[in-house]
Write a protein that binds this ligand. Structure first.
Ligand SMILES: [Zn+2]
Length: 99
């Protein structure tokens, strides 16, 4: 069991489940949390990670210009909201995918 262990920081621990659909997780899904300097232990399977990433980049793309105008505290607040929004989106998305 230990022979295939990787030290890649992006890799999920062998025992981790996907935080969104419960499948076997392969990567950490805490991109926004890392920006905020908070480490969460959320993991994702490849399928969920892809959607998580896509949604976040899309949202960040539309927020970018505005974000630059804001002070640091407000930026953090906006990112925190985006994080919540992403979580909510993922729950919906998994429901649809698995139906
Ligand atoms: Zn998943």
């Amino acid at each position: 069991m230990e022979s295939e262990e990787t030290k890649d920081e992006a890799a999920a621990p062998a025992a981790a489940d996907c935080s969104y659909c419960g499948a076997k997780a392969q990567v950490r899904a805490n991109t926004i949390d890392s920006i905020l300097g908070e480490s969460s232990n959320r993991f994702a399977c490849p399928s969920c990670f892809q959607e998580h990433h896509r949604f976040m980049l899309e949202r960040l793309g539309t927020m970018d210009a505005e974000l630059m105008e804001l002070d640091k505290a407000t930026q953090m607040e906006a990112l925190r909201q985006l994080s919540d929004e992403t979580e909510a989106h993922m729950k919906q998305w998994v429901k649809q995918r698995d139906n």
